[in-house]
Each structure stands twice: as C-alpha cells, then as structure tokens.
Design a protein around this ligand. Sequence first.
Ligand code: APR
Length: 236
Amino acid sequence: MTRYQTIVILTGAGISAESGIRTFRDGNGLWEDHRVEDVASPEGFARDPKLVLNFYNQRRQQLLSDEVKENAGHIALAKLEREHAGEVLLVTQNVDDLHERAGSKNLIHIHGELLQKRCSRSQTVSEVRTDLNVDDVCDCCGAAGTLRPNIVWFGEMPFQMERIEAALQKCDLFISIGTSGAVYPAAGFVSLANACGAETVMLNLDESDNAGAFKRSEFGPATKVVPMFVDELLNN
Ligand code: APR
C-alpha cells in the first residue's frame, strides 16, 4: 500500500520506443520524415487522403507485426494498476495498443487509436487491423470515402478531456513518462496536478520541455526507470 491514493499517469512515445515504435521528435523521429501538416492534420487529409491513409497504414502494419510487443515499462504500469489499493488512471498520448497488451484497463487514449477507424459522416468508430483505402465503403452508412483513422490530428480536440481534468484535480500523484512535454493540452497536465497539491514526477530519457514543473525527475530508459519506480511505490 503506498502513501498515495489516486494516481494519474501520462505516457508518450518514449514508453513505446524500446518496443521498436519511433518517437516523433527524437533523432530519426517520425516528424523528421514527414511534415506534420501533411500527415497529421484535417487539412492534410483533405488535400491528399491517400498519403495520410498510407502513413497510418504503415504504422499499423508495423504495430501488428511480430517485431513489436509490449515492454517492461508497459508491464510495470499494468502491475501498478493491479496491485495499488487506490485508483490508477493511465492517460496515453500513444495510439498503439501496447498498454492494453500489457494488461492496463483503466486507460484513456487522448489522441485516439491506430487500430480504430471512424466514419466522418456518422462518427461511428470501429476496429481496423488492415489497410484503410480512400474508396473503402463504410459499413455503417454504405458510403465510400468517409472513413478516416480514429486519430486526433493537430487542431482537433483531444478525447475525454473532462474525465482527465477531473482525475487530475483529485489525484495525489501525477507521473509523466516518455513525453517531450511539447504538445498541449497533455503538456499542461503537470501544472494542474501541481495546483491541486499532487506530487509530480517525470520519468524520461532526458529533460522534457516542461521539466521545470515537476517536483521530482528520474532519467533513463522506460524499461529501467518505470519498473524501478513502480516497485518503489508498491513497497512504500
Ligand atoms: N525511455 C524513456 N523516454 C524516452 C525513451 C525511452 N527509451 N526514448 C525517448 N524518450 C523520450 C524522449 O526523451 C522524449 O522526451 O520520449 C519523449 C518523446 O517525445 P516525442 O517524440 O515528442 O513524443 P510525445 O511526447 O509522445 O509527443 C506528443 O505529439 O506529435 C504529437 O500526437 C503526437 O502524441 C504525440 C504528441
């Protein structure tokens, strides 16, 4: 039993890096190969839907390949949720399903999910584990050309913000893992947690943009620092 009751965790691309999934802003990151506005914005999708669908098809194919699986960081967070007597909410900016594969249940994908598609007309969300093509027919309204990845693009509203803000207001521990703190609203969660009196901890490979806002930081790869921190929490 730790001294904390309600724990909110935010993860970013860094927790999946050691599973072989590229981050965005590190060297050789995804945004080095693609212009964000071309592949991760509604305008880019309207301009060239084939380019955008192929960008996500490639990432989905890699995620579903044998080379990618959950790592010790994902597994440690699922263990914390199972063994912590209080509440653990995991908010991830990642669109992969590695937290689910590791066993996390109380989970919010604030930027959507790579294995989901959405009909732009009916807003129906359904699973997708194959390529999405521009002329695919939507099985909810029978129209072609209305399907898109259920991913939050730049300029769009992240998902479940009210639920996340309510959890941050009542948490007594906020942990940020593997995120550069470059993108809002997620980068602002630490400020809300601090304002509500929570302990705030950053676990990262190096300094994030908002590092100064955290009361404590531990540096290193997620597969090392996350299991260590979870064991410290569960044994204190
Ligand atoms: N272990 C821990 N942290 C790591 C590791 C690792 N093995 N490898 C990289 N990191 C850290 C980097 O130091 C960096 O701070 O993970 C962070 C990755 O930062 P970004 O690439 O910016 O990814 P993220 O913070 O998740 O981006 C947020 O931006 O582009 C949008 O929607 C996209 O969800 C994404 C959002």
